[in-house]
Design a protein around this ligand. Structure first.
Ligand code: PLP
Length: 394
């Protein structure tokens, strides 16, 4: 009848969504202001004013048929050139528009890359903790998704476990930095070690192992920390980018993939991305937003708000006895739960209308994710609830 796996995937909501829905129900009962909802990574900081100004100007002044019409399947050529120039200016790279493929956000960028790469028997490797949809996207191609357990001391990479998982069937490795859910940025040392291993194993196996860099949080970093641009460290890198977080446009569904010329057989790699886009129907990303992001290239939402939220929450929680690796980016805190069962801990938090997500969802049990892309004032009010929760364990 129907594809069983699709019915299964479509029938169960993710835990994050369940918690979010619970929050909506409680908000109707006791008022939104009494719920401390840290469940979803939906940016609360608005897009910069220049984004709405650009939208209005374009909609009011440009030819509607051209503005809203189809673009090339891989995206408007002028848009891609402008974005390539902006990436080059920021990162010292040498891309042209021909290295870019416009997509409907990072989710689509990832699905296209997985689809472009996966052949029968292939395996993809991810590092816990990771965005749970990786597994769905990777397995959706028929490939296997293998997971390197978390390095819970620092949330960098557990290299011994990684080296054991690599094998001739490994087609690609996916990294996400700044990371959802840990907020950690992979250091240059981590990237150098990772790429050295990938180079060595690619040589040993006689085929490239690709690196997929999932980068929706690239610009959301604190204390001047640098996020290495991975194509400069490893030629066979696909960069999956999105404006969902950096420009606070998650509902507009816009992003891109970079396929560098340095990649082995780069022409075929780009053709495979176009082919995967075709098969998945991810062609001609929303025309208006292609143009809007190209006009606003290089801008971001106000990252200082996230830094303020991080500081408030990190210092508040650690002073109460919670243990947590200090995040350097994204907008998540990932402390240890105060009991080994993070689900039970989150249930207890719910009794205080504190909505957190168990780390099990990110393949990292014993931790909880706190999405602090919320109003600073809500964080201030929530601290008493976190304190009550901690006291329940004393
Ligand atoms: N990758 C990571 C790590 C994310 O956190 C998210 C969304 O939260 C995505 C990908 C998907 O992003 P997009 O909304 O651009 O599809």
């Amino acid at each position: 009848m129907f594809a069983e796996k699709m019915v299964e995937l479509g029938s169960k909501r993710s835990t994050i969504r369940e918690i979010f829905e619970f929050g909506n129900k409680r908000a109707a009962e006791i008022g939104r202001e009494n719920i401390f909802d840290f469940s979803l990574g939906n940016p609360n900081v608005p897009a910069p004013r220049s984004v709405s100004d650009t939208i209005v100007r374009m909609v009011m002044n440009e030819d509607a048929a051209a503005l809203h019409g189809y673009t090339s399947a891989q995206g408007d050529a002028a848009v891609r050139s402008r974005l390539a120039a902006s990436i080059n200016e920021t990162h010292g790279t040498h891309f042209t528009g021909d290295n870019l493929y416009m997509t409907v956000g990072a989710a689509a960028s990832l699905c296209v890359c997985f689809k472009a790469l996966a052949e029968e028997g292939d395996e993809f490797i991810g590092f816990a903790p990771y965005f749970p949809e990786y597994k769905v996207f990777a397995e959706g191609t028929g490939a296997k998704f293998k997971v390197v357990p978390a390095d819970t001391d620092r949330f960098q990479i557990h290299f011994d476990a990684f080296e054991k998982l690599l094998n001739p069937k490994t087609k690609a490795v996916i990294v996400n930095s700044p990371n959802n859910p840990s907020g950690v940025v992979y250091s240059e040392e981590t990237i150098l070690r990772l790429t050295a291993i990938l180079k060595e194993r690619s040589k040993a196996y006689g085929h490239p192992i690709y690196l997929i860099a999932d980068e929706p949080y690239r610009e959301i970093v604190f204390d001047g920390v640098k996020v290495p641009y991975l194509t400069k460290y490893y030629d066979n890198t696909f960069v999956c980018y999105s404006y969902s977080k950096s420009l606070s446009l998650p509902g507009e569904r816009i992003g891109y993939i970079v396929v560098p010329d340095e990649m082995e057989d780069a022409k075929s790699a780009y053709a495979a991305v176009c082919g995967a886009g075709r098969v998945l129907g991810y062609v001609c990303a929303p025309a208006l937003f292609q143009k809007v992001v190209s006009e606003c290239a290089g801008q971001t939402s106000d990252v200082e708000v996230y830094q303020k939220n991080r500081d408030l929450l990190y210092s508040g929680l650690t002073s109460m006895g919670y243990s947590c690796v200090k995040p350097q980016g994204a907008f998540y805190l990932f402390p240890r739960a105060l009991e080994s069962d993070a689900y039970a801990f989150c249930e207890r938090a719910k009794t205080l209308d504190l909505l957190l997500v168990p780390g099990d969802d990110f393949d990292c049990p014993g931790h909880v994710r706190i999405a602090y892309c919320v109003k600073t004032e809500m964080i201030e009010r929530s601290l008493a609830a976190f304190e009550k929760l901690a006291k329940m364990y004393q």
